[in-house]
Ligand binder design. Sequence first.
Ligand SMILES: Cc1ncc(COP(=O)(O)O)c(C=O)c1O
Length: 497
Amino acid sequence: VLKTEIIDHYSESLSLPVIQKQFVGVDTQYKLVDGDSSQRIYLDSAASCLMLKPALKAGIKFLEHYSNTHSNIHFSAKVTNSSYQWAHKKILDFVSANSDDYSAIFIGSGATAAINRAAKLFRQQRPEKNGVLISIMEHHSNDLPHRMHHDFYHHIPCVGSDKDLGAVCLKSLKILLKEKQNTINYIAVTAASNVTGIVNPIHDIAELAHEYGAMIIVDASQYAAHKPLQINDSNNPARALDALVLSGHKLYSPGSPGVLVIRNSLLSSSVPVELGGGMVDTVYTDEYISLNEFPDREEAGTPNIFGAITLAMTLDVLDRLDMSEVARHEKKLLEHLFDLLKKIPDLVIYGDNNLSLYPRTATISFNLAGVDHELLACILNDYFNIAVRNECFCAHPYVREMILKELWEIDPDSKDEEIESKKGMVRASFGLYNTMDHVNALAQALFDISTNKEFYQKQYLLQSNGHYKHKSYQMRELDLLHPEKILESELLALSSY
Ligand SMILES: Cc1ncc(COP(=O)(O)O)c(C=O)c1O
């Protein structure tokens, strides 16, 4: 019933300009330093994306039938179970994974739980392989879990040096694989960096890994919302991925779980790592027999049913839009952004800027000489209503390597907070709802800041806690939205209250 409803909801004319306006929060307004309100420009999608409205609305319709997936007989239980199964299938379809070979497991509240699960499971599979190779580009979530479950690890460098790092270096990877023959369990690599947006050749890496008896786990958290993603490549089994991780809240579905897509052969030859209701066949006082069905055995407890279904609905919309179309849109934004930013004095964009050699998702990180990253993020927010992220984006080794030169230049006699305030970058990350106007607005703002540094610097104070504060303007977040007050107004709207 649900799927038919969605198909009816969208016509053939589903197009990017139509969908671009269909996100909760694309028109949110905030009052800025000058007292005027304007529309927020959301450039923080690499952290979390805004929610796709049609999926939310369809998800709320599903809630009219909501029940637990562990119930089976009543009508709602049947609707919930079939919708939840559809969600699993939708995930596999989205990455072109065949259900004979792969299972999709909903887990945790993002990519982190899925990666931890994969690390545990892969180590359990091959205890004799006690090492792992991790790219230097990784978010901590695709680095630390692998370190924890193995006796040794090496970081694979990227091509290039300093601020001009490119993708993961295949030559260095090959050398490491040769050197560590038979000891490497798997390679953990991101499909795209959360800092520079630079894309890695994941299927080439898979082929290399398999040639040397290693497996591969790909973190697609920063990639899946931006470019077409396939678990297989060129009908060559050696180029297929062994596990793939998605993060629902980075796929226009806040409140949804993370996803692990993994080979069935790896699941069937392992024992479950999380136990509880829903994953067992029979339990006695002295033993239990686990289910032998996937993904059920891997999803102990009541899952995030609503989140999984709205995520799958979102992926359905992305499929209908066609991810190649999404990628084309973002490529245009990125190229225009690069053209404009290259003209801004003192602006350094991190990562190799040759976009044809090192393609990116529409994510970039930069610094403006003389303006600390937090100060720049504050100015963009307070004066221009542009929401960006700053600091090291949970990718310290990668960020450190790119800003090493700047760090050497810091006067060692500076105060602690002054030194700390230099360690980081500003990140602007674009999504489906962003337009050329947003690109122009960012470039215009950065140009203005770059040419009026002194004015902006004078408006802020660097506090001893290392954070910047505007000298006269203060925004109280509870004035923007107070959870209790907003609930109260909902309750007051009920005539019987
Ligand atoms: C590349 C990458 N991997 C993993 C994560 C962790 O994801 P989550 O917050 O969904 O657990 C992030 C979050 O920013 C990320 O960018």
